[in-house]
Write a protein that binds this ligand. Structure first.
Ligand code: FES
Length: 135
């Protein structure tokens, strides 16, 4: 089943269950962690898509305890990227399994170019992803 998901490029990472857990204003994505249990544990992540953001984002809680945001398009053929808990890396959901560091650098698989990263700041239970300042 996992192979079939990879073949069709079906990722493991969910969209947020609570649509009110995030919003887009003034070139930034605002996330209310109290409404987004998907980001609770290190190694977890959510897909943020729509609402005028381009490119779509993968926001994740890294194994390093920090929150990160990247453009959720693999630089090989554009498929979505998943977190890989316990590996300090993220990985494309396709069969070629391009793997990237948290700062977007390719370290395995077919992709040879980095994925875009975006700065994430935390203030209490609020995260802000700045889309205008590429990290
Ligand atoms: S699209 Fe990501 S490895 Fe091919």
């Amino acid at each position: 089943m996992k192979f079939l998901k990879r073949l069709f490029g079906i990722c493991e990472t969910p969209m947020p269950g609570d649509p009110q857990s995030w919003s887009v204003q003034n070139g930034s994505v605002h996330i209310d962690l109290t409404r987004m249990p998907e980001l609770m544990v290190p190694g977890s992540g959510v897909r943020l898509e729509g609402r005028g953001i381009d490119p779509r984002l993968l926001v994740f809680h890294g194994d390093d305890g920090q929150y990160h945001a990247i453009a959720n398009r693999c630089t090989h053929m554009g498929r979505r990227i998943d977190t890989i808990a316990g590996s300090n890396t993220i990985q494309c959901c396709s069969v070629s399994k391009s793997t990237f560091t948290y700062d977007g650098q390719p370290v395995g698989g077919a992709a040879k170019k980095p994925v875009k990263t975006y700065p994430v700041t935390r203030d209490g239970e609020a995260l802000t992803v700045s889309l205008s300042n590429q990290g």
